[in-house]
Design a protein around this ligand. Structure first.
Ligand code: DGJ
Length: 722
C-alpha cells in the first residue's frame, strides 16, 4: 500500500501538479526545477530564456528526477549511491526545504532533500552568475546516522537533456598532442569521459564537454557546455538509454577506487559543475566560459600577461649563471618582459643534470649558479626584466636528500616495490599527509622569503599516482587517497595564495596535463604543450580555445627545426601562431639570425600593442584545422567592437584550391573598419588589405578574398573601427 501511494505521488510530481516552480536565471538562459515538500524534486528545463507557459506549450520541459539516487524509482542513471552501515543501499530523496540566497556574484537556489527512511540529507545547489550566463551545480551529502555510511557514487550534478539528435564534443590527448578535439553523435548507450591519472587531470581527456543539438556548429544552434571544478580524477557520463529523447549527464569526482566513508554527522562537499548554454553554437559557449573564467575563476584573469622567455628548449638541464644571463640580455634587447629559468638549477648533494635525481632538494646548485638565485634576480633587474623559476614540488626522486630523510612521505604500497616515473626514479609525495603539505608550502615560501623579487613560478608535475596507497592514511581510508591528495594539494595552494596573491604561477604537467578550471584560482596560466611546433600548435590551441581563454594559454616561439617534430617553419608563422595566446619564447634568442632578431623585436612590440585585444577580447573561430581546408583562421574582437585582430594561416599546399571568401564575425555591422597589416615579413612590404576601410556588415556578410600561396605562411591584420 505504502509503495502504491509513493508511486501515485511520484506520478503526480511527474506531471508538475501542485508543485512549486523554481527559476534559476541568467542573462540569456533559465533553468527550471519543480517540487513540493515531501515529494521528488523535478528537473524541468535548461536552455534559452523562456516562460513556463512556453516551455509547456513547446513540449521542451521534462519533469525528470533532478538528483536520482540508487534504489527506488531510479532513472537509468544515478547521481548518488550510499551504503548504510547495515548494508542497505536504497534511498528515496524528497524535497524538504528550499533556500534562496546570494553568494558573491551568484544567486543561489538550494534544494534540501532528505531520504524517506535513512537520516541522510542531500543539498543540491544551483548558483547562477547572471552576467556571464553560468550556473554552477554542486551537492552536499550529510550523514545524520549514528554509524558511518559509504558513498559509492557522489556526483556533483545530474542533468537530463531532451533532444533526439545530440552530439558530444570533448578533448582528448596525450604528451605532445594535448587537446585534440573529438566530436561525435551520442547514440544509444553510455559514453564516459573520465580520468584516473590521479595527478594530471587532463593528461588524456579534459573535465569539460559540449553537447550540441544537431551537428556541432561554431556559429549556430543550441549548445550546452560544462566543466567540472575538480583537480583530481573525474567522470563525465552521458547515457542515452531509458528514453530515446533524453540524455542523462552525470558529472563528478570519479568514484572508481574512491569509496568514501562518511562518519556520523559528517558532510561531503562535491566539486562544482559549471554549466553554460548558448544559441550561438560552440563559439557562444566558448565565449561564455572565457568571460566567466577571466572574470570569476582565473587568478588575475583580467590582468595583462607578460611576454616571457622560458629556458627549457634553449638549454634544457644545462643551466649556469653565464648562460642564463646571456639569455636575459638577449631577450631584453628584443623587448621581452620576463625570464624564466626552467629545470636544472637545484640539488646540492645530487646536482640535477637530468630527470633522474634531486626533485625535493630545492636548494640552488652552487656549482652551476655560484651567486645563487639572488645573482639571477639581480641580473634580471640589470636588464630591466622580471625573473621566474621552475619547481616540481609534489615530487621527489629516489636519489635525493629529501627521500633519504623522508622515505615515508612518498605514495607507495607498504609491501611492494614502488613503480617509478621519469628517469626511472621519480616518486610522488603524499599530499594527504599534512607534513608533506607543509613541505610543499615551504618550497615556495622559502624561495620567496630568500628572493622576494621572484615574480613568477612554473609549477610542474610529471608523474601520475601509480602507487595508489598512502603510508599516512589509515587502512580504512585508503580509498580516500585520490580525494585526499587533492584536498591536501588545494589546501596547500590556498595557503600559498593567501601569502603570495601576486606571485604569477604557471600550471604545467608534462605540458598541458593539468589544464582545468579547477586549478585556475591558484594558477594564472598553463603551459599548453611540450610540443612547440607551430603547425601542431594550431590544433592544440584550437582545442584549448574550446574552453579556456587565450590569456591562460602559454604559446612560445621555439627553434626551427622544431625539437619535437623536426619541422622547419618560418619565424613569422611561429610568431603569428604564438601571438594568439600569451606570447613567449622557448629558445636562445642568439640562435636567431640578426634579421630574424629584428623581426622578433617588431613582433614583440606589436604584441604589446594588441595584447588587450588578444588577451581580453572575444574569440571567433573561423576556419577549423579539422575541416582540412588547408587554412586555419580565427579572430579576437574587443567587447566594445572597436578593435579586432584577424589571423589567417596556410597549413598545407598539396594542390591549388579554389579561393574562398573570408567571412568575419563579431564586428559591429554599422561601423567601418580600417585594416592594418601586422607582422609583415618586411616593414615596407604590406599585404593587399592594408589601409583598406570596409564596413562590418560587408565583412560579416560577404567577406573578402585573401589567399596565401605558400605552405606555412600567415597573415595578421588589425581592424580598427573608424
Ligand atoms: C616538463 C615540462 O612540460 C617542460 O616544459 C619542462 O619544464 C620539463 N618538464 C622540465 O623538466
Amino acid at each position: 500500500m505504502k509503495r502504491l501511494l509513493m508511486l501515485v505521488c511520484g506520478l503526480l510530481c511527474l506531471h508538475g501538479v501542485k508543485a512549486e516552480d523554481y527559476f534559476v536565471r541568467t542573462k540569456n538562459s533559465v533553468m527550471v526545477l519543480s517540487g513540493e515538500k515531501g515529494s521528488r524534486l523535478n528537473f524541468v528545463y535548461y536552455g534559452p530564456a523562456a516562460t513556463l507557459d512556453e516551455i509547456r506549450a513547446t513540449g521542451n520541459g521534462l519533469w525528470w528526477n533532478a538528483y536520482p539516487a540508487f534504489g527506488t524509482h531510479c532513472t537509468a542513471e544515478h547521481a548518488l549511491l550510499v551504503q548504510q552501515a547495515d548494508g542497505d543501499n536504497a534511498l528515496e530523496l524528497v524535497l524538504d526545504q528550499v533556500r534562496e540566497y546570494r553568494e558573491g556574484p551568484a544567486q543561489v537556489t538550494e534544494f534540501q532533500l532528505k531520504d524517506r527512511v535513512h537520516p541522510l540529507r542531500v543539498a543540491v545547489r544551483y548558483k547562477a552568475i547572471p552576467d556571464v550566463d553560468v550556473i554552477k551545480v554542486s551537492t552536499t551529502i550529510t550523514n545524520d546516522a549514528r554509524k558511518p555510511v559509504t558513498l559509492q557514487r557522489f556526483a556533483s550534478a545530474y542533468l537530463p537533456v531532451k533532444s533526439n539528435e545530440l552530439w558530444l564534443s570533448y578533448l582528448v590527448g596525450g604528451w605532445g598532442a594535448e587537446c585534440q578535439l573529438v566530436e561525435e553523435p551520442l547514440h544509444r548507450g553510455r559514453k564516459v569521459v573520465g580520468n584516473h591519472d590521479g595527478a594530471r587531470t587532463s593528461f588524456v581527456t579534459h573535465p569539460s564537454f559540449m553537447v550540441s543539438r544537431g551537428e556541432p556548429d561554431e556559429q549556430r544552434g543550441f549548445v550546452i557546455g560544462g566543466t567540472l571544478l575538480w583537480t583530481g580524477n573525474y567522470e563525465l557520463s552521458f547515457l542515452r538509454e531509458s528514453n530515446e529523447s533524453v540524455l542523462e549527464i552525470v558529472a563528478g569526482i570519479n568514484p572508481e577506487a574512491s569509496d568514501y566513508r562518511l562518519a556520523s554527522k559528517e558532510s561531503f562537499e562535491t566539486p562544482e559543475l559549471v554549466l553554460t548554454c548558448s544559441t550561438e553554437g560552440k563559439g557562444g559557449v566558448s565565449r561564455n566560459l572565457h568571460r566567466w573564467g577571466r572574470q570569476y575563476q582565473i587568478i588575475g584573469g583580467t590582468q595583462p600577461r607578460d611576454i616571457l622567455l622560458n629556458s627549457w628548449e634553449g638549454v634544457y638541464f644545462d643551466v649556469n649563471q653565464e648562460g642564463m644571463e646571456r639569455m636575459m640580455k638577449e631577450f631584453s634587447e628584443i623587448g621581452g618582459e620576463l625570464f624564466v629559468m626552467d629545470d636544472g638549477w637545484f640539488g646540492e648533494k645530487y646536482p640535477r643534470n637530468n630527470g633522474s635525481t634531486s626533485l625535493g632538494d630545492w636548494t640552488v646548485c652552487r656549482e652551476k649558479l655560484p651567486q645563487g638565485i639572488g645573482g639571477l634576480v639581480d641580473a634580471a633587474k640589470k636588464y630591466g626584466i622580471k625573473f621566474g623559476i621552475w619547481i616540481e614540488p609534489e615530487m621527489t626522486n629516489a636519489k635525493s636528500e629529501l627521500y633519504e630523510k623522508h622515505p615515508d612521505w612518498v605514495l607507495r604500497q607498504p609491501d611492494r616495490e614502488p613503480v617509478m616515473g621519469r628517469g626511472g626514479t621519480q616518486l610522488m609525495l603524499d599530499m594527504s599527509n599534512p607534513a608533506v603539505q607543509d613541505h610543499v608550502f615551504n618550497v615556495v615560501d622559502r624561495l620567496m622569503q630568500e628572493n622576494p623579487d621572484i615574480y613568477y613560478m612554473k609549477w610542474d608535475a610529471n608523474f601520475s599516482i601509480e602507487n595508489a596507497a598512502s603510508l599516512y592514511l589509515p587502512k580504512e581510508k585508503q580509498s580516500h587517497l585520490y580525494i585526499e591528495y587533492h584536498r591536501g594539494l588545494q589546501k596547500t595552494l590556498q595557503r600559498i595564495r593567501a601569502k603570495y596573491p601576486d606571485l604569477v604561477i604557471q600550471l604545467c604537467a608534462s605540458g598541458g596535463g593539468r589544464m582545468s578550471y579547477a586549478y585556475f584560482p591558484y594558477f594564472n596560466e598553463c603551459w599548453t604543450s611540450d610540443n612547440t611546433d607551430a603547425l601542431q600548435r594550431l590544433y592544440i590551441q584550437w582545442g584549448v580555445s574550446q574552453y579556456y581563454p587565450s590569456n591562460v594559454m602559454a604559446a612560445h616561439v621555439s627553434a626551427s627545426p622544431n625539437h619535437q617534430t623536426g619541422r622547419v617553419t618560418p619565424l613569422k608563422f611561429r610568431f603569428d601562431v604564438a601571438m594568439t595566446g600569451r606570447l613567449g619564447m622557448e629558445m636562445k634568442p642568439s640562435d636567431l639570425s640578426a634579421e630574424e632578431r629584428e623581426f622578433a623585436k617588431r613582433a614583440i612590440a606589436t604584441y604589446k600593442d594588441i595584447r588587450p585585444v588578444v588577451q581580453q577580447g572575444d574569440l571567433y573561430r573561423l576556419i577549423s584545422p579539422y575541416d582540412k581546408k588547408h587554412y586555419v583562421s580565427l579572430m579576437y574582437v574587443t567587447p566594445e567592437k572597436d578593435r579586432a585582430v584577424y589571423f589567417l594561416y596556410r597549413t598545407q599546399f598539396i594542390r591549388s584550391i579554389p579561393a574562398e571568401s573570408r567571412v568575419l564575425q563579431g564586428l559591429d555591422p554599422d561601423r567601418n573598419y580600417l585594416f592594418r597589416e601586422l607582422n609583415p615579413e618586411r616593414p615596407d612590404k604590406k599585404g593587399p588589405l592594408d589601409g583598406k576601410v570596409i564596413s562590418g556588415r560587408v565583412l560579416m556578410e560577404q567577406g573578402f578574398y585573401l589567399e596565401l600561396n605558400k605552405e606555412l605562411t600567415s597573415a595578421v591584420y588589425e581592424l580598427i573601427a573608424q
